[in-house]
Design a protein around this ligand. Structure first.
Ligand SMILES: NC(=O)c1ccc[n+]([C@@H]2O[C@H](COP(=O)([O-])OP(=O)(O)OC[C@H]3O[C@@H](n4cnc5c(N)ncnc54)[C@H](O)[C@@H]3O)[C@@H](O)[C@H]2O)c1
Length: 429
């Protein structure tokens, strides 16, 4: 074993880095580093704005927090968990990963192991990051320091599949590094480790996990549009087909967030660089990207069918985050629905009890309604995100939000088994 009880630094304390750091800190000496000083200050006050780690858990953790890179000098393993977004052309934006590699390059010592957890396409760890680390540190990759890759699979808001319970794929630049990573991650998750053949294989495994989901959702989205035209509900069809033992359970909807809607572009970029046109992957992306347009058009048409003279419908959107029961606003596609309905003349109000009002204002110039109580009635109410609070709304509290002959638009089918008063229209996919 390279180290028996290694000390570990985690670079980037977001949705992935913080839970990892807190769980590893139960077994090892761990320092969490982030360039965002506000994030570090909040965490030091035991507040995690992502909602993944509770205040008592943070308070009781031995995790050391810093935004000073000097304080990660001397750690044996450095794990990089910084964002990997796409740019405006849907091309991989590797700047955070490169910047984090420069940080680590400045502080690594001979014998250190640098592990990437950020989702990338095959080759980024060894062909991009290794050379940056070597150049900045003046050390030789594979001789003075070593690389590893271990993809992260957790899912914001998922309390069942947590970092300490799910199987972790690991890969090292050599056998000793793979064994070290098995030991470190296995100590945290009860030994549920899969050692991938090599780093590129582990990188590829992660990126296809999400590309596969994206393609399956695209299929369900496509059939939902077909069945709308046929006048049958995709949910009813899925329920029937789902009784077959090998039918895959995917639901229609917008694909936002930081992973499923982004990672396929990483794979596509890599495919194109190697001379292959990734038709299936990009077709799935394009179908999912066009969903907000299809949904807004359907909502608008259904509202107008009963209210043909309504020029500027007053519309309330329930939910802004990219998925249910999380505060995460990154890459939410609800903003596309809002923009499209606005372009069709709708005057929009937005409510979301999970989202941070300051972030909604800062990112999207949206002022969230503080409460639904005493709200005026709207021509159209769009259930956009199935937060638990919205699932639990009674028929009366939903109907109070809607004018007679107005529309209850249920984007995720969360109220589809309800019977609303006939004076309202109801729409879902
Ligand atoms: N969010 C998820 O559920 C999830 C799941 C699996 C994989 N991933 C992947 O994990 C990676 C991290 O995602 P995330 O959701 O945790 O991102 P995030 O935006 O929540 O957090 C990233 C953190 O890194 C910090 N950071 C950015 N650049 C830095 C730098 N150069 N040095 C130090 N800190 C830096 C940011 O301030 C932020 O706090 C991405 O590659 C993502 O695709 C995310």
């Amino acid at each position: 074993m390279m180290f028996d009880k290694p000390s570990i630094s985690i670079i980037g304390l977001g949705y992935v880095g913080l839970p990892l750091a807190v769980h590893l800190a139960k077994h090892f000496k761990v320092t969490g580093f982030d360039i965002n000083q506000d994030r570090i200050s909040e965490l030091k006050e035991s507040y995690d704005r992502t909602g993944e780690i509770s205040s008592p858990e943070l308070k009781n953790s031995t995790l050391h927090l810093t935004s000073n890179e000097e304080e990660i000098i001397g750690h044996d393993i450095h794990i990089v968990t910084v964002p990997t977004p796409v740019d405006e052309n849907n091309e991989p934006d590797l700047r955070p990963v490169h910047m984090a590699s420069e940080t680590v390059g400045r502080i690594i010592k001979p014998g250190n192991v640098i592990v990437y957890e950020s989702t990338v396409y095959p080759g980024v760890t060894e062909d991009d990051c290794g050379p940056i680390l070597a150049k900045i540190s003046g050390l030789e990759c594979g001789k003075d320091f070593f690389l590893g890759y271990s993809p992260e699979r957790i899912n914001p808001g998922d309390r069942e599949h947590t970092v300490d319970t799910i199987t972790k794929v690991v890969a090292g630049q050599n056998k000793a590094v793979s064994e070290l990573l098995s030991h470190v991650y296995g100590t945290m998750n009860g030994g549920k480790i899969f050692i991938a053949k090599n780093i590129k294989t582990a990188e590829a495994a992660k990126v296809i996990e999400n590309a596969q989901r994206d393609i399956n959702i695209a299929f369900v989205n496509e059939i939902s549009i077909i069945f709308q035209k046929l006048g049958i509900s995709v949910y009813d069809v899925l329920e029937a087909a789902g009784t077959k033992w090998n039918f895959l359970n995917f639901q229609p909807g917008l694909v936002g967030g930081h992973c499923i809607g982004v990672d396929p572009y990483y794979l596509a970029h890599c495919a194109k660089a190697f001379g292959h046109d990734p038709k299936v992957i990009l077709s799935g992306r394009s179908t999912n990207e066009s969903m907000s347009n299809a949904v807004s058009a359907a909502i608008h048409q259904t509202l107008k069918a009963r209210n043909p003279d309504l020029a500027q419908p007053r519309t309330l959107i329930l939910g802004l985050t990219f998925k249910e029961d999380v505060p995460d606003l990154r890459n939410t596609k609800v903003t596309d629905i809002i923009a499209e309905l606005r372009s069709l003349g709708h005057l929009i109000d937005v409510h979301d009890p999970m989202a941070d009002p300051k972030e909604a204002e800062e990112f999207f110039k949206i002022q969230l309604k503080p409460s639904l109580e005493m709200s005026e009635a709207y021509d159209c109410v769009v259930g956009a995100v199935p937060h638990e609070g919205y699932l639990n709304l009674t028929n009366t509290s939903i109907e109070q939000l809607v004018k007679p002959s107005g529309l209850i638009a249920d984007m995720k089918g969360m109220w589809r088994t309800r019977q609303f008063d006939e004076k309202y229209s109801y729409w879902c996919l």
